[in-house]
Design a protein around this ligand. Sequence first.
Ligand code: IFM
Length: 447
Amino acid sequence: MPDRFDLPAGFRWGVATAAYQIEGAVAEDGRGPSVWDTFVARPGAVRDGHTGAVACDHYHRYPEDIALMKGLGLDGYRFSISWPRVLPTGAGAVNPAGLAFYDRLVDALLDAGITPLPTLFHWDLPQALEDRGGWLDRDTAYRFADYTAVVADRLGDRVPAWITLNEPFVHTVFGYALGTHAPGRALMFEALPAAHHQLLAHGLAAAVLHERGLDVMLSNNLTPVEPATPAPADLAAAAAYDALHNRLFTDPVLLGRYPDLSALGVPDDIYGAVRPGDLDLVHTPGLDGLGVNFYNPTRIAAPTDPGLLPFDLVDIPDVPHTAFGWPVVPDALRQLLVHLHELYGKSLPPLTITENGCSVEESTDPDHPRIDYLSAHLDALARAAAEGVDIRGYYTWSLLDNFEWAEGYHQRFGLVHVDFDTQRRTPRASYAWYRDLITAYRGRNER
Ligand code: IFM
């Protein structure tokens, strides 16, 4: 049985983070407000009223964090660029101090021998754009393309590959459909124009990056969807959920068409958002890689109240669960990757796991649940590779404990523990485990 040491030669090892979750310094050096600064100020929006105002103070402590990455022996670091740090109102005047921060970060990474892999949008939309409709407004897609050009012109000489968006599914559903994330809109299916406009933004930005000779990826949160039983009603509910969670965000990019959303009651033109020619812009045949963020599979049953939603999400019992309550089913990662390979065939670009990890109770020391989670998922990855899936790299979520959105600082995903009172970083047992794994993999593959 192949295991993690059998991952293909040249496989790239990394860690992933995101700007609002680690940087802090939200009002420094000319950064403009983002939707998350607004959202965290809403009473009850985030557990215990936590905010990302300081987070891991990475804006000031990035040299220490890069030293931690160097200690792991990483090939790459996936981080996100804060759009409102670069363009405080989302468009127009560039903030030179904001761009200079990412310049310093990129140079320091390269000095440490680590390839930067930036994500251009990881949910921190400039508030000024939200005030004009945010992702419900088509114009935001064009502003994103302009922002992409600004950043690529500054960093493209040193940054070979870029991720346009992070998890448009999660941003659309939590941010615009349910309102549990910023910007806190609860529009249910009428949120889906926000998905289309993000995909349009991806397509426009991909063209900007390709024109400059840069590689482009898109990271989605993907989940294998399993029906609770083989009953036709459960199968139909699972197909509807799969269309919403997975295919809505990959079919248009890889195949140039939307999946059938009729079971969700969503019109083909997504409430008028899809205009003639849009799918030609969204379709990215030259996509250089698809980023897969994987945490858990999803079990779906027919709805108990069909008036509400056409599916129910149900728990997967009899498996371990993370501190967040997410079921741990490592082979589901293999199933997902093999399914993508079979479903999209030649239209599927090489895959990179751009997030995978778990939150563990702070008191769990040493953090065996995390080591067990990571090693079992990497073994599943190796099995998918042995079945013919082209997988190029793995970026674990996350380097540091950080601001976990609506959960505040309660969910700890880091290889490195962060004491948020003192900002002291303490590598966990999983940090040493990951370092030793990377060293051992290289030892085997470079022989
Ligand atoms: O922390 C998040 C990240 O921002 C996006 N993907 C999932 C992670 C864990 O919830």
